[in-house]
Design a protein around this ligand. Structure first.
Ligand code: AMP
Ligand code: TRP
Length: 340
């Protein structure tokens, strides 16, 4: 049986939060590349980061369901447990252990500067809710996720750039203070569709966890629903098809999605259309074509939950073995007395 690459290989780590149903943004911005490229060219780990889902108000049963669903979708999207390691964050204690050391490395000010924190905290307050402390410390846990594995590269969508910058800063600072312990990771983004926008509000990201769903294509939406969402996408004033993210964000987003789904170039594709209607129709069909195999494979895997569980169990065991020596070394480096 082929085993994931280990010692000496380049290491890749990335994750997805089970805070809602996964979207076309997750797929085009991250998962598709993990399956097509990353798992083949490195020793790669992909994680359902369930602890991160507890940073906002959550329903325990829903988080549990979404965690299994996200893991199933990662496999349905083509992650192969014989090539890479797929697991659930809370199954590997090393993440939380290292997160504490990252909290002791980061400053309060740099955490408060995180755009996602500011936006989510403001939204929570506007709803009259309270902001969990873990929402503020989230980037420390994310840095721990990455640094525990000696990760060289982190393939993510553009929205994660600031968190990754902070991760690099923390790695450098820790190494300077306590001696070389962590690899300083690089971030990679896809060339097209690094930021898929909401079809109803093309100036904000297509995010899985907000309430208005008409502009969000979920990977498990029925084909008719996908078609409707794309055909009803908000377009811009004017009628000629040009790729201009500033002036025509709605049309640019459709062109980006179409390009990502058909391996085309969004600017060149603009020249092939003279009406919004035709662009939407082709985009809807292209999205359906890309999602069809994922949906089909998901249906097969969802019928075999014990298989998915066994993949996660083996993945966690492998991940634990990879993370423990480095996290133990970090504990010693900061001055904690070794257990034995
Ligand atoms: P999250 O859904 O926030 O857990 O994100 C999981 C991965 O999907 C991360 O690499 C994100 O950067 C990526 N991602 C999420 N939403 C989008 C989007 N709308 N466009 C591109 N990438 C995205
Ligand atoms: N913060 C990421 C997101 O919201 C999810 C995440 C958590 C992650 N830990 C990670 C991504 C480590 C890459 C690497 O999308």
């Amino acid at each position: 049986m082929a085993m994931p690459r280990t010692a000496g290989a380049k290491r890749i780590f990335s994750g997805v939060k089970p805070t809602g149903h996964l979207t076309l943004g997750n797929y085009l911005g991250a998962m598709r590349r993990w399956a097509r490229e990353d798992q083949h060219r490195a020793d790669a780990l992909f994680c359902v980061v369930d602890l991160h889902a507890l940073t906002v108000e959550h329903d325990p049963a829903r988080v549990r369901r979404l965690t299994r669903q996200a893991a199933t979708l990662l496999l349905a999207a083509g992650l192969d447990p014989e090539l890479c390691t797929v697991f659930v964050q809370s199954h590997v204690e090393e993440h939380a252990r290292l997160s504490y050391l990252m909290e002791c490395t980061a400053s309060d000010g740099e955490m408060r500067r995180m755009i996602q924190y500011k936006e989510k905290a403001a939204a929570e307050q506007a709803r009259g809710g309270s902001v969990r402390l873990s929402l503020l410390t989230y980037p420390a846990l994310m840095a721990a996720d990455i640094l525990a594995y000696g990760t060289h590269e982190v393939p993510v969508g553009e929205d994660q750039a600031q968190h990754l910058e902070l991760t690099r800063d923390l790695a450098v600072r820790f190494n300077q203070r306590y001696g070389a312990t962590f690899v300083v990771p690089k971030t990679t983004h896809p060339q097209v569709a690094a930021r898929v926008m909401d079809l109803q509000d093309p100036t904000s990201k297509m995010g899985k966890s907000h309430g208005r769903t008409a502009g969000i294509v979920y990977l498990l939406d029925e084909p008719e629903v996908v078609r409707k969402k794309v055909m009803r996408a908000v377009t811009d004033a004017g009628s000629d098809v040009v790729h201009d993210r500033e002036e025509r964000p709605g049309v640019a987003n459709l062109l980006d999605v179409l390009a990502a789904c058909t391996e085309g170039d969004p600017v060149a594709l603009a020249g092939e259309y003279d009406s919004y209607g035709a662009l939407k129709k082709d985009t809807a069909e292209a999205v359906l074509e890309v999602l069809r195999p994922v949906r089909e494979r998901h249906a097969e895997l969802a019928a075999a939950p014990e298989y998915v569980d066994s993949v996660l169990r083996e993945g966690a065991e492998r991940a634990r073995g990879m993370a423990r020596p480095r996290v133990d070394a970090a504990y010693r480096a900061v001055g904690l007395l070794p257990k034995e």
